[in-house]
Every structure is written in C-alpha cells, then in structure tokens.
Design a protein around this ligand. Structure first.
Ligand code: OTU
Length: 664
C-alpha cells in the first residue's frame, strides 16, 4: 500500500477537508523519506485529526503553523525509523491487547517499586544486578527516579535536567539504561522513568544559549525585562517551595531579566506556548521511548501552561499538550503509557486521565495512569485520627476513573505528604478544617502529645500556616519512637495495614524503596551540603543491604515487613476482585474505626472480596450483615487463610487488623 492510501485508510477521524488535504500532502512528502511503512502511515492517518486540531488549538495564532505540522510529522517518522524492531514488535502486541480491552498496565496483579538507582545500588548497572531482590518481592514495574545529566550540588534529586537524553555518568550511560530496559522486558517487567517537561536546569544547553544572548533560546523560557509581568503572575500564583525558593521568578544577571522559576531558582520553566519547545520535547519523549521506557512519568504536568491572573495550574492548554503528546506517541510507540504526576485536587487529577472527548472512533486520551495522591493522604489521615469517616466519605468519589485507566496506589514516595482534603467533606464528618490540619501536622511531626510519629514539617509557610510532611513510612508509623516490644508490634502492624490497603483498595500498588525493610528516617542528609535544606531526603534512604540480609532471619522487622508485602502482592495476583481496575463500593461498617470496602470483579463469575481494616490500636468488631448477602456467617479471610473470628454475628478485627474476606 502506498503511504497516502495507508494514511487515508487509517484516517477514520477526519471530517474537515482541509485537514484531510494536509494529511495527504504530509503523507506524500514523508513518502520520500526512508523508514515509514504501512503501519506508520495508517497510525498517522488515524491520529492526524487529533494532532492537527490540538496543535492548532495551542499554536493556531503562530505564523506558518502548517510548517510546524510538517516538522512534527517528520519527527514522528524519524523516531519511528529509529525505534528498535523488538520494541516495535512489543508495540504491536500491546496494541492488539489494548484493542481487546487488556492494556499491559491493566494486567491483573501488577505491582511497582520506586527507587533511586544510585541510592539503591550505586548506578544503573548495579541496579540491574539487584533485580532478583525485586523479583523476590513480586515487582513488575520498576519506577526509577531521574538519572539524566544534572548539575552537581542541589539538583532537586535530579529534577533539574541538563540533558534530557543524556544519562548522568554517575548513573552509567545509554547502554546501561538500554541494557536494563532489555533485561526487564526479558523478565516480563516494565520500566517507568521521568519526563521532566515543565522545566529544565539552568545549565541545560538551551538555558546556556539564552544566557549567551541567543534570542531563539531566550524564547524557550518565560523571560521578562522588568517586574511588570512577574508581578501580574505573582498576584495569583501559589508557591511550591516557599521556604527555600520563595516567589515564582528569579533575576538572572546574564539575561538582565526575570525568569519564571516555579520550583527552585535553578529550574527554569519551559515556555510551552512556543511551538519550538513542543517539538524539542516531543523528540525527547520519543527518544526515551526508544530507549525502552514503558511508562513515562509526566513530572509536574499541571504546571505546563501559564497565564497571568490564574494559578497557572491545571489550565485547559496543559491538557491539550498531553493529548497532543499522546496522539504523537501512539504513532511511534503505542505500547508506551503516560503516568500523570498531578498532585492536585482529586477532581483535577482525574482530568489528566480522560479529557472525555471522542474523535471519530478513537477516544482522545491523555494519561493512562495517575498517582492516587488522594488515597495516600486519606490513609495517613485515618491512621492519625483512628477514624475512617473522611476516608470512607471521600474514597469513593475521589477514586472513580474512566475505563482503560488505573491508579498507582502508594503509602509513601520520594516527595512530602500534602494534606489535600476536601474541606466540605472534613466538615461533613465532624471536623473543622483548620484545627484538623493543625492536628495532622502536629501529629506527624511528633509534637502532638503521645504521637507515635517521627516526621518533620516540609515547607512550612508562616503566612498561610500550610506545611507538608516528610518522613519514612516506618518512622511515621511509630517504629522509630517504639520503646518496647508492644509498641514495635503496633508500629509494624500500622505499616502492614497501609501496605495491605494499598494492595487491595484500588489500583497498582507501589512500594517506595526502603519501605520493604521498614527503613527509618535517615538524618544524615543534614550534613550533606546538597541535601541539607530539603528534608525530603530524610525519607530517601540509601538501601541498607546489610539490613536487607536480615530479611532471611526470622523474627526481625525486616523479615516481617518484606514477607508481608510479598504476601500481599502474591496473594493479590490470584484474586480477580483485587485487580487494579475492578470495581469497589464503600460499605458502612457501623464502627468509626473500621473501613469496609467491597471489591467487585469485572466478571460476575468471580467472587467479590471485602476489605476490612481496623484503624484503632484496640480490637474492633463490625456486623457480618454489613458485608451484604453472599458472604455467609463465617467468611474466609484470604490473608490469614482462616475463617475470620466471629462472635454473635460480628466479625472481630484485632488492633490495626486487616482482612480480605471472600464471598462464599
Ligand atoms: C515533582 O513534585 C517531583 O516529584 C519533585 O520531587 C520535584 O521536586 C518537583 O516535581 C519539581 O520537578 O511540588 O512537592 O502537582 O506537586 O510536581 C512536590 C505536581 C511537587 C507537583 C509536583 C512536585
């Protein structure tokens, strides 16, 4: 089939004659370049309507928009040509599975592990040698923190990128990344990595060229000669790092101008309203895909578009950019999925998963996965208050997702815990937002009398009273403060409760590196110049391989937590009701301490499972009748392999007890 007819046959979405004409002329021009085949041209045809429409929405006012569209198509062709055959084969398999409703990231039982390659095992090669550790834990998706070239000193944990496709020599080189990806794929595993698309480092070649006076690169960033525009922006923009990086602009002497720096002063916001920036980042995205990355984490995606007078978060154009990127990726690397790093209000998070639009037969897509930041924050709220009111009242409405997408569920990650709750819901369940917030901050920083948690406040804002929380899962759960066997036991149960819920409430469960050994806060960061002013480093421990050996010794905390998480993951794999996209229903347990959630498998032939969790340090009971018909008088607890303890029609849960109850 010739390119034009392949493109035409793929094109079922075009209505406008002009777009159709544009497609055909693009296809016939591309035909003179090597590398395109019928698969490429039919995918191009299928997505071209979306590409033209979204590109025009973003850049319609830019002169010569057609010229940009042609350059875009050529980038797609070049990256398709460069895509290794084995990845193209896997794309075809994944495309087929997805068409049958089984996208790879919806494979039941999938789990994830988030780690810094250097802190876990020195570098990428070292990481590769440690894969048996992850296999034993039952991990499928390896979610690596940034490993791209970045300046020495404080580089925000690699989130200030100096070269998007260059591996930092401290981590290895291109071969070590590709080798790792290959080995993961051979083992049936997947690789997730960052695309830090909101900002570059101030020593990226673009920033250096801008500083050297090249106008082209100056326009890659938001650069203003005086305070007029910065002040207009500041009046409505919140601050991300008020303590260490106040304000959203930095004066750069080399430019004699103000540059937008929403995060740190060395992270310059990229100006996505410039189509050149879009084309650069598109090539980078596809370059990462071609190294074998399966899941691209879109860092700080809500911030992509800026408009004075707005918060500069979650603007419609940010969504249009993601749609356009996805349509392009679906032509070159349709096996690659996007993960939204959108730590914003739940109603805004879900918008990155589905813009709700349809173009012809194809659903217009954004991301396929998103971090379930809301569930994470709700779990910590319930642990501190011991009450499940807010979690029960909020979990359902903040969890719903469009079909074909999934949550990444977690208790801890490399970032702080933000207390982003729905204020109306807080009131509804009988708390007052201000004091409730104060309590949680006091509780997790260990200031509240009797608190078991040992965390620190992150980015305390004296003006608003806002703050977030740093600390490892184990330290926040009381393992650091425990003075005797009894307190240690309660702390371990809290960790198990959180990881057990992350494994069963919804989504793909993710372990944050170190949590599988119940690692405590690492205060060493205070004496490391590049980390001292960012207390998130206290919960980014270097993997302690000596402690890791203790997981083989019975009775150690390492053995206890490692095997609990492993047990959750391996058991979950065989339970269709706990698949990431299985349905759920929050039930009334009748106890303010007991969370009850019913999971409903996609197939009616499979058993439902009720997840019951006691957030109290004392035994609690709930009526079996609350589970609804079908669970009988003494349901089996899949976690223990025994019938749940009952007394007079009540199910009994020990302190911080968790059960996965199977329908009879
Ligand atoms: C992300 O987090 C990363 O996860 C952080 O580690 C980086 O420091 C940051 O981007 C800059 O690259 O504010 O407190 O809604 O909340 O992007 C963490 C998204 C953050 C933001 C999120 C950001």
């Amino acid at each position: 089939m010739d390119p034009a007819s392949a493109a035409r046959s793929g094109n079922r979405v075009l209505e406008a004659q002009s777009t159709r004409g544009l497609l055909l002329s693009t296809a016939s021009r591309l035909a003179s370049f090597p590398g395109g085949d019928a698969t490429f041209f039919s995918r191009l045809g299928f997505r071209y309507g979306t590409i033209v429409e979204t590109f025009r929405r973003l850049y319609g006012s830019v002169p010569e928009v057609e010229g940009y569209l042609e350059r875009l198509a050529l980038i797609l062709l070049e990256c398709y040509r460069d895509r290794p055959d084995r990845l193209k084969d896997s794309d075809s398999r994944r495309e087929k599975a997805q068409a049958q409703g089984r996208a790879w990231f919806l494979e039941p039982g999938l789990t994830a592990y988030m780690a810094y390659a250097d802190r876990f095992a020195g570098n990428l090669e070292g990481f590769r040698r440690r894969l048996p550790w992850l296999k034993e834990l039952g991990i499928d998706i390896v979610h690596l923190m940034p490993f791209f070239r970045s300046h020495e000193g404080n580089n925000d944990g690699g989130y200030a990128v100096s070269d998007y496709l260059g591996i930092d020599p401290r981590f290895g080189d291109r071969d070590s990344l590709v080798g790792l990806a290959d080995e993961l794929h051979e083992k049936g595993m997947f690789l997730a990595a960052d695309l830090v698309l909101n900002h570059s480092s101030d020593d990226h070649a673009w920033a250096l060229a801008a500083k050297a006076g090249e106008g082209k690169y100056r326009s890659y960033y938001y650069v203003y000669p005086d305070r007029e525009m910065p002040d207009r922006f500041e009046s409505a923009m919140p601050q991300v790092f008020p303590e260490t990086a106040p304000g959203n602009f930095t004066f750069v002497p080399e430019l004699d101008a103000w540059v937008m720096t929403v995060f740190h002063d060395f992270q310059w916001d990229l100006n996505w309203s410039n189509p050149e920036v879009f084309l650069e980042m598109l090539r980078i995205l596809l370059g990462l895909a071609n190294m074998g990355v399966d899941l691209l984490r879109l860092d700080a995606v809500p911030y992509l578009w800026k408009k004075p007078g707005t918060s500069c978060q979650n603007l419609e154009e940010a969504h249009v950019i993601v749609r356009l990127l996805k349509a392009c990726a679906d032509i070159v690397a349709p096996g690659v999925a996007f993960l939204a790093e959108a730590i914003v209000q739940p109603s805004e998070i879900v918008r990155y998963l589905d813009s709700g639009g349809l173009a012809g037969e194809a659903r217009v897509e954004e991301c396929q996965l998103a971090y379930h930041a809301s569930l994470m924050a709700l779990l910590w709220e319930a642990l501190a208050t011991r009450k499940v009111g807010l979690l029960s009242a909020t979990f359902g409405s903040e969890t719903r997702l469009p079909p074909g997408t999934a949550w990444l569920s977690y208790a801890r990650c490399h970032d702080d815990i933000g207390l982003g709750y729905d204020e109306a819901k807080i009131r509804e369940v009988g708390f007052t937002p201000g004091p409730h917030r104060r309590f949680l901050l006091d509780f997790y920083s260990g200031r509240f009398p009797g608190s078991f948690a040992r965390g620190r406040l992150f980015m305390e804002n004296p003006v608003t009273g806002d703050a977030r929380i740093s600390g490892t899962c184990a330290s926040l759960c009381g393992l650091e403060s425990a003075v005797d066997g009894e307190e240690t036991e309660l702390a371990l149960r809290r960790i198990e409760l959180l990881y057990g819920l992350v494994s069963s409430l919804v989504g793909i469960p993710m372990v944050f590196s170190g949590d599988e050994l119940a690692s405590l806060n690492d205060y060493g960061y205070q004496s490391e110049a590049e980390h001292a002013e960012d207390n998130r480093w206290m919960h980014r421990p270097r993997m302690d391989w000596e402690a890791a050996e203790r997981k083989a010794a019975e009775g150690t905390r390492e053995a206890r937590i490692f095997h609990s998480i492993r047990h959750f993951f391996s058991l979950r794999r065989g339970i269709p009701a706990l698949a990431q996209d299985a349905g759920f229903r929050v039930l009334a347990s009748g106890s303010e301490n007991v969370l009850l959630v019913q999971r409903c498998p996609r197939s009616e032939d499979e058993r439902r499972v009720a997840v019951a969790a006691n957030f109290s340090p004392e035994e609690r009971a709930f009526p079996l009748a609350a589970l609804g018909p079908g669970f009988g008088q003494s349901p089996l607890d899949l976690l223990s392999g025994r019938a749940v303890t009952t007394f007079g029609g009540m199910a009994i849960l020990p302190a911080y007890g968790l059960s996965w109850l199977a329908e009879a």
